[in-house]
Design a protein around this ligand. Structure first.
Ligand SMILES: Nc1ncnc2c1ncn2[C@@H]1O[C@H](COP(=O)(O)OP(=O)(O)OP(=O)(O)O)[C@@H](O)[C@H]1O
Ligand SMILES: [Mg+2]
Length: 262
């Protein structure tokens, strides 16, 4: 199994395979992710990164292998159960709720805080009251620089603002383990900086664990503690950025010789 900085194992993937009509989108992948680190999942288009996210979050059932979260087997758990266990995700394409404001989005996150049964959640929501959630949501929007957009419909926000909003909503759910698919694609440099600062803060200040899929080598370099390299559904390398960027074979497959550090 790929060795990681896994002092306390959060997620263990053991021999997972996902087949789409003969195409092995994920092929016998085993890896471990430890608490409080940022893991990068990299590889060329079609490598199987999003498929692996879908398998880890219950959106797809693997054909073979097992997945454990905090030692509990979650291999065939439904997405709602996976979410209740503290695993949250964002999607490669921004998903927002049209007709709801930026503030509504964050408040929904707080109202759906994890670690609750449906009934418990409703009770908690009633107890906590809208006012408390509203204050928390406004504070979070302020942290990410969106307080002046609080009352705007999410669909009227710019693309970078929508991206940071969807990640903020995920944070508001209280998830412990954040799976983030391409957080900085299409972002301008200022939004890029804001995004990586926000992700880093979730780990350094709030003790979250993050697995991020991203094509941008700058992001990988700046924030990932450990990298998993997928190619044709197989985990062909893992290590720190230093271990990865000195590999000529990986440069050729994916990140380009100009980034190679010998
Ligand atoms: N629902 C599906 N049905 C059939 N094939 C699929 C399905 N989802 C993904 N695939 C295929 O599985 C392979 C892996 O796709 P996946 O989306 O996981 O790649 P990726 O690494 O996320 O790529 P990208 O960097 O372009 O987002 C691809 O060949 C893709 O065409
Ligand atoms: Mg993808």
């Amino acid at each position: 199994m790929a060795e990681t900085l896994a002092e306390e194992k959060m997620m263990v993937v053991d021999g997972v395979t996902k087949d789409f009509s003969g195409l092995k989108a994920i092929n016998n992948v085993s890896l471990t992710m430890g608490r409080g680190k940022i893991f990068g999942l990299v590889g060329p288009n079609g490598a199987g990164k999003t498929t692996l996210f879908n398998v880890l979050t219950g959106f797809l059932k693997p054909d073979r292998g097992e997945i454990y979260y905090k030692s509990a087997k979650i291999t065939r758990s439904r997405p709602d159960k996976v979410v209740r266990m503290g695993i949250g995700r964002t999607f490669q394409n921004v998903r927002i709720f049209p007709g709801l404001t930026a503030l509504d989005h964050i408040m929904i996150g707080y109202q759906n805080q994890i670690g609750e049964t449906a009934l418990g959640g409703m009770f908690r929501w009633w107890k906590a009251s809208e006012k408390v959630n509203r204050e928390k949501a406004l504070t979070l929007l302020d942290t990410v620089g969106l307080s002046d957009r609080a009352d705007d419909f999410a669909e009227d926000l710019s693309y970078p603002e929508q991206k940071i909003l969807t990640l903020s909503r995920l944070v508001a759910t209280g998830a412990d383990f954040l799976l983030i698919d391409e957080p900085t694609s299409g972002l301008d440099p200022a939004s890029f900086k804001k995004m990586i600062g926000f992700i880093r803060e979730q780990v350094d200040r709030h003790g979250k664990t993050v697995c991020v899929v991203e094509h941008d080598l700058d992001l990988i370099r700046e924030i990932c503690d450990w990298i998993f390299f997928l190619h044709h559904g197989e985990l062909i390398a893992s290590g720190t950025i230093k271990d990865i960027i000195c590999r000529e074979d990986l440069a050729e497959i994916y990140f380009g010789k100009e980034h190679l550090v010998r």
